[in-house]
Design a protein around this ligand. Sequence first.
Ligand code: PMP
Ligand code: GLN
Length: 378
Amino acid sequence: LTSKLPQVGTSIFTVMSQLAQQYGAINLSQGFPDFNCPPELTELVSDYLRQGFNQYAPMAGVLKLREQISSKTEKLYGFAPDPDTEITITSGATEALYAALAAILRPGDEVIILEPAYDSYVPAILLNGGQPVFVPLQVPSFAINWQLVKEAITSRTRAILLNSPHNPSGAVLSASDLLNLAELVTDTNILIISDEVYEHMVFDGQPHLSLLTKPELAARSFVISSFGKTYHATGWKVAYCVAPAALTIEFRKVHQYLTFSTVTPIQYAIADYLDNQEHYLTLPAFYQAKRDLFHQLLQSSRFTLTPSAGTYFQLVSYENITQERDQAFARRLTTEVGVAAIPISVFYHQQTDHGLLRFCFAKNEDTLRAAAEKLNRL
Ligand code: PMP
Ligand code: GLN
């Protein structure tokens, strides 16, 4: 068999988590919390399991969950998508990203992506006959250079894929980014896929600027969020996509034959739990405290940290410690120092190495303290 994805190997998240396990290192590499989801939510899931909510969910998702998402979206972003025609529940954001790309791409279509980029984007584009067009984010701010995005647009550009809050940098879109984007796509047929899985993790009192806050952008966007992030349950793989009715029709054609529907009892449980707004409204403060603690713990280390504006990731520069390549250093940090991190070069198609590592701070205080103690020895 000739591989359709010859350049794809094992994901860096799997590689680093395995290495951490093998060497007994503290795992700050793959992004997942080391604490549990809210106990009321696990109770609800087990109630629904026991009550027999164990058969196929509706293809588009449990209606009450879609209704709850609609009212949450209205409260937060001033726009209530229609639960019947504009919201689809998916098996993780990974599925939603794939379904959106599969729904819109024809062979040779170009998708602009900003690097460093989350690792599922390029394979999903390639498998659907598309061509990724790479635009680098500015280093070290990871801000978007809109002039470069403009220059990357051609007659084949089918979509722009954005991610805010941004994995791995923690950068977030600003109001002027949204204006620039709106201006760029006006009078074009370019669609937008907006990966907003960390929508409830934006810090320092800033609001999350969802594309859904701008009607002219919402009208051409697939906006994707993930309950795995919001409820500390990455293993559940329950997410959703908001898109205008015409786009949702095509999106659901793919979803219908990719997975058909998403795990049933968890959808019912989240639908009930969404009555409690407190969880997602206090999530920014919850994660900001972790970010600030991690920052403070590493203050006298030889790493250089730029506070992240969102997500549960912290980038660090290690130029004061070593000139090693980031992949070599990440490996050595895991095997010799006992803390696993993600090297950033793997998020670039040409492995651009800025000497940066990503740590995940979605961890208990004890874990962060133990990791910092090791990192401070360097
Ligand atoms: N996009 C980004 C930016 C992510 O960090 C993740 C988390 N792994 C995903 C998509 C995938 O989310 P899910 O686990 O819901 O598939
Ligand atoms: N999104 C997670 C991260 O960035 C990893 C997800 C995965 O392992 N596929 O670390």
